[in-house]
Design a protein around this ligand. Structure first.
Ligand code: SF4
Length: 304
């Protein structure tokens, strides 16, 4: 499987935090061998030392400022200049994973201060700028990844984006049909409406191949950015079950349908069903299902 290029907060790898510490996170550690990491620490890059006085995000005159409490320094211009400088680096990134709660890196988890009191949550300056300028790039912080559904969705998106970029290097009309075919069930689960658009796009003959690729790429990324719900998974799983049930004896069929109902009631996890479906696809030699990214959208070691 292709390794997605992921921008990470440097403190996941080195002791660069304001207090001289490093962040140890189990999910980030597990992910590292399967990605091409690019580490960045905005606060170190703008010349603040390690350790350094704490920075907070404050609201002043309806604007957010990057403020160092002990020195009373407003470092907003410095951080914004740095973010501007790294924009080109973000153009071919498959995902971004930042440190939660940080005034630079937090994704909606950073405290926002007004006149010395916390008035709510916001994003750190780097995260905010990415959300604004590169909304198509999967962006999370390690705090949010503790939610299994967010973690699963983040993995799906970064591996699909890396797959798409790799596909572009060898793209041909025939390969586009295979690519689309392999993603059908995953797209169906995330965004059925856009799946239909994508299908029609692949079949169009009034566009040049380059135009088709450009449109396909942006719709593909948009479709996968929608987090699949349990109901959507069930819809896909029932559809897949249709490939097996006519080949099963009544007891097996009842058992499979019973498992699907237990998933509906949140009694079993998605991964249990995906493993079972993979097994059934091997047993009944359903090669079309085995080719579906839905059954294995990222390396199995990453689990969820
Ligand atoms: S959270 Fe961001 S700014 Fe803070 S140490 Fe980590 S990488 Fe640097």
């Amino acid at each position: 499987m292709i390794k997605p290029k992921v921008l990470l907060s440097r403190c996941f790898n080195e002791a660069v935090r304001y207090n001289g510490g490093k962040v140890q996170d189990e999910r980030v550690e597990r992910l590292k061998p399967f990605i091409e990491p690019i580490y960045v620490c905005p606060e170190v890059e703008i010349g603040l030392g390690i350790p350094r006085p704490r920075i907070i995000v404050i609201k002043e005159n309806e604007q957010k400022k990057f403020f160092q409490v002990d020195t009373r320094k407003d470092l907003t211009k410095e951080i914004l200049d740095f973010i501007q400088k790294i924009q080109p680096l973000l153009r071919d990134i498959d995902g971004i994973l930042l440190k939660s709660k940080s005034p630079s890196c937090g994704v909606g988890s950073t405290n926002l201060y007004y006149k010395g009191s916390i008035i709510g949550k916001t994003s750190g300056f780097l995260a905010e700028s990415i959300k604004l300028n590169f909304p198509e790039i999967p962006l999370e912080d390690e705090g949010r990844l503790k939610d299994p559904e967010i973690y699963y969705h983040f993995l799906i998106r970064i591996f699909a984006l890396a797959d798409w970029r790799a596909f572009l290097k060898k793209a041909s009309p025939a390969e586009l049909i295979s690519f689309h075919s392999a993603y059908k069930f995953l797209l169906k689960t995330c965004n059925e409406e856009l799946l239909k658009h994508l299908g029609r796009l692949v079949a169009r003959s009034d566009l040049s191949f380059d135009e088709k690729l450009s449109l396909y790429g942006s719709l593909f990324i948009k479709a996968l950015s929608k987090k699949p719900t349990r109901a959507k998974h069930l819809n896909t799983l029932y559809h897949m079950a249709g490939y097996f049930t006519k080949k099963m004896n009544p007891k097996e069929k009842r058992h499979l349908l019973n498992l699907l109902e237990r998933y509906r009631r949140n009694k079993i996890e998605l991964r249990t069903l995906l493993e079972l479906f993979k097994n059934l696809a091997f047993r009944f030699e359903e090669n079309y299902l085995l080719s579906q990214k839905y059954l294995q959208p990222f390396p199995e070691e990453l689990d969820f």
